[in-house]
Design a protein around this ligand. Structure first.
Ligand code: CP
Ligand code: NVA
Length: 257
């Protein structure tokens, strides 16, 4: 597991998951291995493939994961890039299945930054075909190509109006306004995202049985109020737990004998 960014859930769920399946996981901070001193990703991929059965990487530039996958001869798992966070959205759709029985006919609302998680939801909607409504301020829309792909295969829309996205939604979902690597923009983003907080007034517009999801870590009082994330509609702890079950499914699928 190569980490160029911080992690609680992804690191611990992969590490514990591998252990529970009878395997081992190595934590490699990119600062401590030679990648951090400029060793090419392609060389790292070829060397690690001689030692391990799979590589998980969390990094900034999505192209690095693609480069790693191109040169590795073992499975490569994206543990989050600036572009997308597929392991998280797998746990999220599993949480929807657990609590709402499935995603067919369900409307998922995204409120906030068109970031890596928003892009991951677009990827999930492209594959699974549920309705996805994203509310993002101008200039913070999700990735254009991922939006177009989702539009071609299902029912997605982007609006600047949170109420439009949340109206009748079965799942209301948000994420931090400043992602890892954007800490210097936090103040400017707090201004840009005014009015995009998921609070109880916004939740009242959703389906009465709607659930609230957040990949975590959360900033209470920014993208979500404490009464929502800690309230009765929140499923964030099940969502976090499901990271473990889904990582194990991924490991078993990709590396199981
Ligand atoms: N949601 C998530 O990926 O959390 P971590 O950054 O703690 O891994
Ligand atoms: N969008 C967040 C997700 C953290 C799991 C980030 O990239 O920091």
């Amino acid at each position: 597991m190569i980490f160029a960014k911080s992690s609680t859930r992804t690191r611990v769920s992969f590490e514990v998951g591998a252990y529970q399946l009878g395997g081992r996981a190595l934590f490699l901070s990119s600062k401590d291995i030679q990648i951090g001193r400029g060793e090419p990703i392609s060389d790292t991929a070829r060397v690690l493939s001689r030692y391990v059965d799979g590589i998980m990487i969390r990094t900034f530039d999505h192209a690095e994961v693609e480069e790693l996958a191109r040169f590795a001869t073992v499975p490569v798992i994206n543990g989050l890039t600036d572009l997308t966070h597929p392991c998280q959205v797998l746990a999220d759709v599993f949480t929807i299945k657990e609590h709402l029985g499935g995603w067919d006919g369900k409307r998922v609302a995204w409120v906030g930054d068109g970031n890596n998680m928003a892009n991951a939801w677009l990827e999930a909607a492209t594959v699974l075909g549920f309705e996805l409504r994203l509310a993002c301020p101008e200039g913070f829309e999700p990735n254009h190509a991922k939006f177009e792909a989702a539009k071609n295969s299902g029912c997605v829309m982007v609006t600047e109006v949170p109420e439009e996205a949340v109206e009748g939604a079965h799942v209301v979902n948000t994420d931090v306004w400043a992602s890892m690597g954007q800490e210097g923009e936090a103040e400017a983003r707090r201004n840009a995202f005014k009015g995009y907080t998921v609070d109880s007034d916004l939740m009242r517009l959703a389906d009465p049985k709607a659930i609230f999801l957040h990949c975590l870590p959360a900033h209470r009082g920014e993208e979500v109020t404490a009464d929502v994330i800690d309230g009765p509609q929140s499923r964030v702890w099940d969502e976090a737990e499901n990271r473990l079950h889904v990582q194990k499914a991924l490991l078993a699928t990709l590396m199981g004998s």
